[in-house]
Design a protein around this ligand. Structure first.
Ligand code: FE
Length: 254
């Protein structure tokens, strides 16, 4: 429903069943009235359709657990709107993500040149500062695609250890979960978000993880999960999370 995704909810669920998943959570992009983002999200008037389609899918498929989630952008000027919106619906989980630095959607392929005018290192720094702020709000359960500025292959030339550490410490302090997101494998960078180094530090801090494929097409559901599980087990993670009514549940990674 976000205008840059394909397929019906049922097709995603059926792919999840075929691939042997016990559970699937949907996390549409949150509608934000007033934000200029024509191919980024549904209109607010379409939100009830999303709710209904998830409910219908929950009734139709008894062989898999289906959770209602949302991916909520952290954009400081829309924070009050987002907070109110999140409080109004019975989400199972909320992913907090940063896609915007001011008005720039750095995750959008049409605006890649801006990495060079803004500066790659400055992009990362501004991004991690926003991510830390997002985590500090306490509005979210999961922090999405932690190192997303790497999406198109832009690598920082400066040491970002302190920015990354600061964001991870706040994630830990606020008891949030990290999204281990395989979509990065399908992007130019070709690797999972977050990187193995960041995940190692998250593991040392005791930050839990949840697997996400960030699927925007049915065939992406659960893609590269075996790679993600392998990496997590190698790092020392033994458990992964799922959510119900915004409460965390832990399951073995196998
Ligand atoms: Fe996202």
């Amino acid at each position: 429903m976000c205008r840059h995704g394909k397929g019906h909810i049922y097709e995603y669920v059926e792919t999840a069943i075929e691939r042997g998943l016990d559970e699937i959570g949907f996390a549409e992009h949150i509608p934000i009235p007033g934000l200029h983002d024509p191919d980024g999200r549904m209109l607010i008037g379409e939100f009830p359709i999303y709710l209904q389609e998830i409910r219908d899918a929950q009734k139709k498929y008894s062989e898999i657990t289906i959770r209602l989630g949302i991916e909520a952008d952290f954009i400081p000027r829309y924070l009050d709107f987002v907070a109110k919106f999140l409080s109004e619906y019975p989400f199972d989980f909320v992913i907090g993500s940063v896609h915007f630095i001011d008005d720039w959607d750095f995750s959008h392929p049409d605006f890649i040149e801006k990495y060079h005018t803004f500066g790659i290192d400055e992009t990362y720094k501004a991004y991690y500062n926003l991510l830390a702020e997002a985590a500090a709000t306490g509005l979210f359960d999961v922090i999405g695609h932690f190192d997303q500025p790497k999406k198109f292959g832009h690598q920082p030339t400066t040491d970002l250890t302190s920015e990354i550490e600061n964001a991870l410490l706040i994630i830990h302090e606020k008891n949030l979960v990290l999204d281990v997101n395989t979509a990065g494998i399908r992007k130019p960078v070709g690797e999972i978000y977050p990187s193995e180094d960041i995940l190692r530090r998250a593991h040392e801090l005791g930050i839990p993880v949840i697997l996400g494929s960030d699927a925007h097409r049915p065939e992406d559901v659960g893609s590269h999960f075996s790679e993600a599980r392998e990496m997590l087990l190698k790092i020392g993670y033994e458990r992964q999370c799922a959510f119900r009514n915004r409460e965390r549940m832990l399951f073995p990674i196998e």
